[in-house]
Design a protein around this ligand. Structure first.
Ligand code: HEM
Length: 555
């Protein structure tokens, strides 16, 4: 969801209405009021109907119905709301960086604030205390997701991330947590991660030596590193063919764009038909077909291998089993209500690629940007990494366990630069009271994790990048400390924490061990552009291009 979504719906509709109005106005000015009304009675009627619908929004309609029925509940106490406009509600107040605009609004209206995004009542949560109420005390009520028609279409209605809270979500989540992303499985990918790290180092060396100024585009290279790990864990191989790699990236971008930005029906359900006119539905169908063809080819490849193994008795040797093979090998039909099929496998691939790649790669890029901007922190992290790795060219995961400052750098980056500052929206399944406010069922909930992680009542100098705040601190990202929830918390909290942290720490430690880093062309570190992209997922706006000078090793 970017500001484009509401702008789009608003523009389409207001253009239609304003064109009709202009015509009427011109004729009225020419004193042809009566004949004008005769000619345009249908337009006027439609216009009045439109005003009625947009001005009387859903909560007000419910209030009026209750009033007529005589059961107006005077005691209902909704959270404070900023002023909203008919039809678009509070969309116009989101701006290009919704997490920043929402924090500004919450400073005036409080940590529990009710907005209307189009027609959708949306609770915005902006303090650690309020987050604890939503994600812990009333977790069972807030663990659903708002329906996303387009998101469900792309993921065959089988994705974990999009699933509403219920039996299906519970069963799939169990498979993800117990079979795919638990600490033993994550450890089993250790050798693969170390291979991918060696590949990362090689790519940087090649890129640096082919540039006069040792320049490397870290944003691109880190994306390939993280994507390589996620691909190998998920489907057992990465895309060495550049075309295939670009196809995957484009597919994920398109899907994410269409399921959030372009779906007018998400926000104004009775305007869903606009998607037929503006070409969104046709585009969704086209992208779905393309994506499906790609995912089918992956599933087919695995089915063929499985058959071959059965006949030839082949094994993978020491290689850890990838997620698709695990899923295809599960016989779930008898014991459980769900029957795993091809669509589940394809949805799993999307969950892993979408949930694991962009998030992890963005955090790693921000970590390097913050370190280059603050050479004293970079030096301290490098000293620690180099002291522990004792002249080895590749830092291993055993070494990393002894690097508390490196852990602190990653934690601080996750605090200050979360890639999804508004997390993934939740939805309430029943009416509940929080801090004295009534939260009706089916309210969308946005947790402004970005604001919470910078809450001045919880953090000293919250805007400063200072890994020291995590040294000797018990505050952790596992979902118990509500001032620090970069992976969310509660039932819907991220199941990929161990997987993500392993790739982040190994990647960063090796970047610091193997190279000395500097701004390009001798620029001052303070000149590094830290601008963010706008929208729901926040990346560094400009690619991070740095000078990487390979360190000389004795052996
Ligand atoms: C730095 C990296 C990552 C960050 C910051 C991150 C953050 C998050 C957040 C904030 C949520 C939503 C929590 C909520 O709704 O309360 C989430 C959900 C999810 N994440 Fe992650 N994540 C990361 C890496 C990963 C990885 C590596 C994977 C898988 C390989 C993954 C898979 C998922 C899935 C499947 C969900 C949906 C869970 C559900 O709806 O039940 N994430 N993540």
């Amino acid at each position: 969801m970017q500001n484009n979504s509401h702008q789009l719906s608003y523009i389409v509709f207001s253009t239609m209405v304003s064109n009709a109005l202009q015509k009427i106005w011109v004729e009225m000015q020419q004193e042809k009021i009566y004949s004008c009304m005769q000619q345009h009675w249908l337009s006027l009627l439609l216009f009045l109907l439109f005003i009625l619908i947009v001005a009387i929004d859903k909560p007000r309609i419910i209030k009026i119905i209750n009033l007529i029925r005589g059961n107006n509940n005077k005691s209902i106490n909704l959270p404070p709301s900023p002023f909203k406009l008919p039809f678009i509600g509070n969309f116009h107040q989101l701006g290009s960086s919704p997490h920043r605009s929402l924090r500004a609004l919450s400073l005036n209206h409080g940590p529990l604030m009710l907005l209307h995004l189009g027609q959708v009542p949306t609770l915005v949560v902006s303090s650690p205390d309020a987050a604890r109420e939503v994600l812990k005390t009333h977790d069972h009520i807030f663990s659903s997701r708002p329906n996303s028609k387009i998101g469900n279409k792309f993921t065959y209605g089988k994705s974990l991330a999009f699933a509403p809270y219920g039996e299906y979500w519970r069963q799939i989540r169990k498979i993800y947590v117990l079979r795919l992303l638990n600490s033993i499985t994550v450890r089993s990918f250790r050798a693969m991660r170390e291979e991918e790290t060696a590949c990362l180092i090689e790519t940087i060396e090649r890129s640096s030596s082919s540039s006069v100024d040792n320049l490397v585009d870290l944003t691109e290279i880190l994306f390939m590193y993280v994507n390589g790990i996620v691909c190998r864990a998920t489907i057992g191989r990465k895309f060495s063919d550049e075309r295939e790699f670009k196809r995957l990236r484009k597919m994920l971008d398109d899907m994410s764009h269409l399921s959030t930005i372009s779906d007018v029906g998400n926000w104004i359900p009775w305007l869903s038909w606009v998607n037929y006119i503006n070409g969104v539905n046709a585009m969704v169908e086209k992208k779905f077909e393309e994506g499906n063809e790609f995912l089918e080819s992956i599933v087919e490849e695995h089915m063929e291998k499985k058959k071959k193994k059965k006949y030839d008795g082949e094994t993978n040797g020491d290689e850890a089993e990838n997620f698709v093979d695990v899923l295809l090998g599960l016989d779930y039909t008898d014991k459980h209500h769900i029957q795993l099929g091809r669509d589940h496998v394809k949805a799993l691939i999307l969950d892993m690629f979408a949930g694991g790649t962009e998030t992890t790669h963005t955090v790693l890029t921000w970590a390097m940007a913050e370190l280059v901007r603050q050479p004293n922190i970079m030096n301290r992290a490098q000293e620690e990494v180099r002291a522990i790795s004792k002249g080895k060219q590749i830092v291993t995961e055993d070494d990393i366990e002894k690097m508390p400052y490196l852990h602190a750098v990653i934690k601080e980056t996750l605090r200050l630069r979360p890639s999804g500052p508004l997390m993934v929206p939740h939805e309430s399944t029943e009416h509940v009271k929080i801090h004295g406010y009534d939260i009706p069922a089916k309210t969308t909930v946005i947790v402004n994790m970005w604001a919470i992680c910078r809450d001045p009542t919880a953090w000293v100098e919250p805007e400063k990048f200072d890994p020291d705040r995590f040294m000797d601190s018990k505050v952790d990202f596992k979902g118990q400390d509500f001032e620090y929830i970069p992976f969310g918390a509660g039932r819907r909290g991220c199941p990929g924490i161990a997987f993500a942290i392993a790739s982040l720490e190994l990647g960063l430690a090796n970047l610091l061990n193997r190279f000395d880093w500097a701004m390009p062309f001798g620029m001052d570190p303070g000149e590094l552009d830290m601008g963010e992209t706008s929208g729901l997922t926040v990346h560094k706006k400009e690619n991070l291009v740095l000078a990487a000078v390979p360190r000389q090793f004795d052996n």
